[in-house]
Write a protein that binds this ligand. Structure first.
Ligand code: SAM
Length: 317
């Protein structure tokens, strides 16, 4: 996709969301250069336990993970939404140290974060075979999925949580369509726990998550000649322990009109823009997700408190 095509799609999707009856913006657009930087800050926050827990799982279980994936044949890891790869590199380093022959293919919509990832991994692991791909998950898979070797698709960091249950089933089923019978999926999922711990992860006291959300308004101002005033919006996350969904909103504090790409968008006082969903699962829901999207669970790894899980699935035959 050319830059002009990407800009047109960005404009269409942003306007579509802002003109909807219940306004929304897609969280995939959080990740411009500033958004990448803010997400890296979020991952270091005390309240954002997700990164710490997945880091613990990889550090503790790296050999068992390798044993579950590796059958003696060379394979390829495709990582969807790789980000800065700070946790994945624990596994990559371990696999290399054990003399395993594999290729690493990180995919991310953000060219900026991929460049950071490539630079770091090349410096830290000069022997790593790496072919990165910038773009949307399925555009990438469509272009790289013809590979005779086994593919293990990594989808970590609870990024699956950015979908509702129904969307996740649709996403996983579509992903399954790109896999060969021996291929595997390694999925990082956040689990249900004390609701206040979950809510705090999206409402940190330093306000970095708030900034991460407001940054999308700044991005729209810069790229679509818009005039959002960030002070006129309030960050509001809300966790529903029933559905396991933590939903973040930006709420217009006043009645106002904002111009975006030449179009006037009207906000009533206290009208919300839905920004992001971060869904939490329990064991039963995960089994259902696997079954409904055509996967068979093979193995699972947890942190000590069972707050987070990295699970390995194969394509149901
Ligand atoms: C929540 S972050 C997780 C990053 C990393 N996997 C981790 O665990 O730290 C989500 C990542 O997915 C990327 N992303 C979001 N939507 C995407 C899409 N539709 N296609 C490709 N990458 C996407 C973002 O740029 C970001 O780097």
């Amino acid at each position: 996709m050319t830059q002009t095509e990407a800009t047109t799609i960005f404009e269409e999707e942003i306007l579509n969301g802002l003109k909807a009856r219940n306004k929304f913006l897609s969280s995939k657009y959080f990740y411009d250069a500033r958004g990448d930087e803010l997400f890296q800050q979020i991952m270091k926050l005390d309240e954002y336990y997700l990164t710490r827990k997945e880091h613990e799982i990889f550090t503790t279980h790296k050999e068992a993970i390798l044993q579950s994936i590796y059958d003696g044949e060379t394979f390829r890891i495709i990582e969807l939404g790789a980000g800065d790869g700070s946790k994945t590199k624990i596994l990559l380093k371990h696999f290399l140290k054990q003399g395993i022959d594999f290729t690493y293919t990180p995919v991310d919509i953000s060219g900026n974060v991929l460049e950071i990832l490539e630079t770091n991994l090349k410096a830290e692991m000069p022997d790593l075979k790496m072919e990165s791909f910038q773009g949307d998950y399925f555009d990438a898979l469509a272009q790289i999925s013809t590979n005779p070797e086994k593919d293990v698709v990594f989808f970590l960091g609870s990024t699956i949580g950015n979908f509702t249950e129904e969307e996740a089933i649709g996403f996983m089923s579509k992903l399954r369509g790109f896999l060969k019978p021996s291929d595997m999926l390694f999925l990082g999922v956040d689990l249900k726990k004390d609701p206040s711990i979950i809510l705090n992860a999206y409402n940190d006291h330093e306000g970095v998550t708030k900034e991460f959300n407001l940054n999308l308004l700044d991005r729209i101002n810069d790229e679509l000649e818009a005039n959002f005033e960030r002070d006129q919006f309030q960050h509001y996350p809300y966790y529903n322990p029933h559905t396991g969904e933590c939903r973040s909103y930006l709420i217009s504090k006043v009645e106002q009109e904002v111009v975006v790409a030449g179009e006037k968008i009207h906000f009533r006082a206290w009208e919300a823009i839905f920004m992001e969903i971060s869904k939490k699962y329990d064991a039963v829901q995960l089994e259902e997700l696997a079954e409904k999207s055509g996967f068979k669970p093979l193995n699972g790894f947890h942190d000590q408190e069972s707050w987070f899980a990295d699970i390995l699935w194969e394509k149901e035959k």
